[in-house]
Design a protein around this ligand. Structure first.
Ligand code: A2P
Length: 337
């Protein structure tokens, strides 16, 4: 380590939607950074990003980028993480990787600080994986309930924002929306079809007609909760929201849980803001309100009317913050700061 109290931090993918948020989060939370190494592709080398009232110059990511680096935050896609994660770890950095590359590797802990921070202590590859954005907000909301009554089955439907697909996807949404409003033809550049004023399934096919994104929610939830018996039935969709993922969650337990008990657990849960107004239009968690904030918002907590002892809830969080950059920085904070 460079010195006991401050750290050389590299951000790989610094120009991306999550990378920019990582810089903002490090700065806003006053993470002790002695030197910031902002890395991206050759295309961006030499450009500048705002950093602590001044600017940091972007360097091209390469095999020597991690010399002297203490902590390397990666968000430049899985292939970059697969290639450069081990190089960064070998040169002595603790790697916190936001891609899917290492999440299911048995030698890489998959960590959400509010849920399983202790897992981060054992990292034989020097790499800690940051879970998928949809999984993070779900497990933060469900962990206190799991601890109390052990979850048997989760049925989750997501409403995922375009920022989760990267900066270019947000631009695609805006351009499509503008074309639609101007009554011009829509020509998608990033999405597989029309996203403006539409809802689409937007992930590669996985096993058994579930998408890769849906399988991530299954496997990652079990790994983070440390319980392979949890059943997860997911449906993931992309909605024309800029930032902030929403999830409708039905959850069944090994013993019955009432909404009132769940609310009292959630009221005291770390990282959670419970919105427990009685039913009132507009008074529930919403991406427009969650965007740019840190908590996982939980609302609409209700006893299921068909399955006794089961619950329904609605969970919203900023997918770039708690779903990605904030979670990564929180891991670093708990390890070092
Ligand atoms: P660049 O801006 O130079 O293309 P997003 O998830 O928003 O699409 O951002 C992806 C991030 O990953 C960007 O910072 C992008 O840099 C970076 N990136 C993509 N491919 C590479 C690569 N081969 N080497 C380094 N950085 C990469």
């Amino acid at each position: 380590m460079s010195n006991a109290k401050s750290f050389v931090v590299a951000v790989a993918g610094a120009t991306g939607a999550v990378g920019r948020e990582m810089l903002k989060t490090l700065e806003a939370r006053r993470f002790p950074v002695s030197r910031l190494v902002a890395l991206a592709s050759k295309r961006s080398a030499g450009q500048k990003l705002p950093w602590k009232g001044g600017e940091v110059t972007i360097e091209e990511l390469g095999p020597k980028s991690f010399e002297g680096v203490d902590i390397a935050l990666f968000s430049a896609g899985a292939s970059v993480s697969r290639e450069y994660g081990p190089i960064a770890a070998k040169s002595g950095a603790v790697v916190i990787d936001n891609s899917s590359a290492w999440r299911m590797d048995a030698e890489c802990p998959l960590v959400v600080p509010e849920v399983n921070m202790s897992a981060a202590a054992k990292r034989p590859k020097g790499i800690i994986a940051n879970p998928n954005c949809s999984t993070i907000q779900m497990v933060v909301a469900l962990k206190p309930l799991h601890d109390a009554a052990r979850i048997k089955h989760i049925i989750v439907s997501t409403y995922q924002a375009t920022s989760g697909k990267g900066q270019a996807a947000v631009v695609d949404l805006m351009e499509q929306a503008r074309a639609a409003l101007d009554d011009k033809p829509i020509t998608p550049s990033v999405f597989p079809g029309q996203i403006a004023f539409n809802v689409i399934c937007d992930w590669k096919a996985g096993e058994a007609d579930y998408s890769e994104e849906e399988w991530k929610m299954v496997h990652e939830t079990r790994k983070i909760m440390g319980d392979d018996a949890i059943g997860v039935s997911p449906t993931t969709v992309r909605v024309p929201v800029v930032n902030g993922h929403s999830e409708s969650i039905h959850v069944q337990f090994h013993r019955a849980m009432k909404a009132e008990e769940a609310k009292s657990l959630l009221r005291n849960a770390e990282g959670v803001v419970l919105m427990d107004d009685a039913y009132a239009p507009g008074k529930h968690p919403q991406p427009a309100h969650a965007s740019g904030t840190d908590p996982v918002y939980v609302g609409r907590v209700r006893d299921d009317i068909a399955v006794p002892g089961a619950l329904n809830l609605f969970v919203v969080a900023d997918n770039l913050r708690k779903g990605a950059a904030l979670n990564a920085v929180q891991i670093a904070e708990r390890l070092f700061a």
